[in-house]
Design a protein around this ligand. Structure first.
Ligand SMILES: Cc1cc2nc3c(=O)[nH]c(=O)nc-3n(C[C@H](O)[C@H](O)[C@H](O)COP(=O)(O)OP(=O)(O)OC[C@H]3O[C@@H](n4cnc5c(N)ncnc54)[C@H](O)[C@@H]3O)c2cc1C
Length: 396
């Protein structure tokens, strides 16, 4: 956003409660790598040009990249400064921080889609002797108390953590909900290369049947590892992970599970088969030379023996990892733009309050709006609107 505003000559500041790339500095686990290949690290005025375009960036390398990008863009970042209130005053906004107040004609909220962990209320029913961990606080398996681990959620985070913890020698049980299974590579190319070619990632909101349904799709079940391997629930079961359906209820050590594992696995298999068929058709249409299609191994047969109850005490499970996604909260936003669930109501990033925008939301304007690769296009749209409608920022 700052890069685009600068390019358009709009005076601005970037207020950040920590440092540039704060979330990546303080809320990533040690083994995390980007799940998007390096060539997808595209930002306004920046394109990855290193020697490993198909590799997956480590988080320390990503932080260094954001530092360089901010410096090169001369982004006027004010670090270690938390916004504590944004309120309308006449036709502007008063932005109150713990280190001073600004008056701004426009405000772009870029506090992130993956802001806070979304932990089901059932978590409150677990006994205090069971440790609960959310991904932002997880660093490595050795930090967990000895014993078995229940990982809840099988999207990108859940499968990575289940695999890592199981490989460290503990028994993992994985409660699987809806997920979007994808192979890492297909017919000789990264799966995201194909989705990029097909225009799936940059698909605009106007072309989807229901934006509400699309915004609630699970995230991609992908991992970025040096060997470009895939990870799915069938592989996890082969490695000894016990699979179950969704967590329905918790009462002390007793966890009730839904009888939906086959349905979730079969739905993910079907969706993946549909995507691969689209790729096959595209290859046929453009007449590309590619590798042969890999054999398709469905995951639903791994789902047939799921228990309906789990006694955490009897199973020796001492930790529950909630890989159940994210929510957002804006307690500092004193502008009436939130719906009853506390989400910002917006149309492609434009709120109903003139001059107030949001950036980085899931499927904000395109499917990849909350990805590094997609946020730039949305930032340009909003920056151009700001450029047309405002004159600058003044210190109060
Ligand atoms: C585990 C995980 C893996 C991911 N992997 C990928 C990937 O491989 N590729 C990809 O493209 N995307 C990935 N993403 C998505 C990723 O979140 C986005 O791509 C992108 O980094 C989000 O950037 P952002 O600036 O919108 O939000 P954030 O990175 O969340 O930044 C928001 C910033 O706002 C600051 N802030 C919040 N509240 C306040 C306040 N009140 N006052 C001042 N500052 C405040 C925070 O400190 C933070 O620095 C991943 C996300 C997660 C959670």
């Amino acid at each position: 956003m700052s890069h685009c505003l600068s390019a358009l000559g709009v005076e601005h500041v970037v207020i950040e409660r920590g440092q540039v790339a704060e979330r990546w500095r303080t809320q990533s686990w040690d083994s995390l790598g980007l799940l998007t290949p390096n060539w997808m690290t595209r930002l306004p005025g920046f394109q990855y040009e290193g020697s490993d375009p198909d590799g997956f960036m480590s988080i320390p390398d990503l932080i260094a990249l954001f530092d360089r990008y901010a410096a090169r863009s001369r982004a006027p970042v004010i670090p270690n400064t938390s916004v504590v209130a944004v309120e309308p005053v006449e036709r502007r906004f008063r932005v109150v921080t713990d280190r001073g107040t600004w008056l701004a004609d426009s405000v772009v909220i870029a506090t992130g889609y993956s802001d806070l962990p979304a932990v089901p209320a059932a978590g409150d029913k677990l006994p205090a002797s069971v440790t609960q961990v959310v991904p932002k606080d997880y660093r490595r398996s050795s930090q967990l108390p000895p014993g078995g681990v229940l990982v809840v959620g099988a999207s990108s985070t859940g499968v990575q953590l289940a695999d890592e913890i199981q490989q460290s020698g503990r028994q993992v049980t994985l409660a699987v909900g809806r997920h979007l299974r994808l192979p890492r590579r297909y017919r000789g190319r990264d799966i995201l290369w194909w989705l990029d070619q097909l225009g799936v990632l940059s698909q605009p909101i106007e072309t989807v049947h229901s934006i509400e349904i699309s915004r609630h799709q699970p995230s991609l079940q992908l991992v970025g590892r040096p060997d470009h391997s895939s990870l799915d629930i069938g592989m996890l079961q082969d490695r000894g992970v016990q699979l179950t359906g969704r967590v329905r209820a918790i009462n002390g050590f007793e966890v009730t599970l839904a009888d939906d594992l086959i349905a979730s696995a079969a739905a993910a298999d079907l969706k993946m088969a549909e995507i691969l068929t689209r790729i096959d058709r595209y290859i046929g249409l453009v007449g590309m030379e590619t590798d042969d299609a890999e054999p398709f191994r469905p995951t639903w047969p791994s789902a047939t023996d799921a228990p309906e109850r789990l006694d955490l005490k009897a199973e020796g499970i001492k930790t529950v990892v909630w890989a159940t996604g994210y929510r957002r909260a804006y307690p500092w936003l004193r502008v009436p733009v939130l719906d009853e669930s506390g989400e910002i109501v917006h149309d492609g990033g434009f709120t109903t309050q003139f001059g107030l925008y949001v950036l980085g939301m899931n499927f904000q304007r395109r499917r990849n709006s909350s990805f590094i690769d997609g946020v730039g296009a949305d930032a340009w749209t909003i920056a151009e609107h700001i450029g047309r409608s405002m004159v600058g920022t003044r210190v109060a």
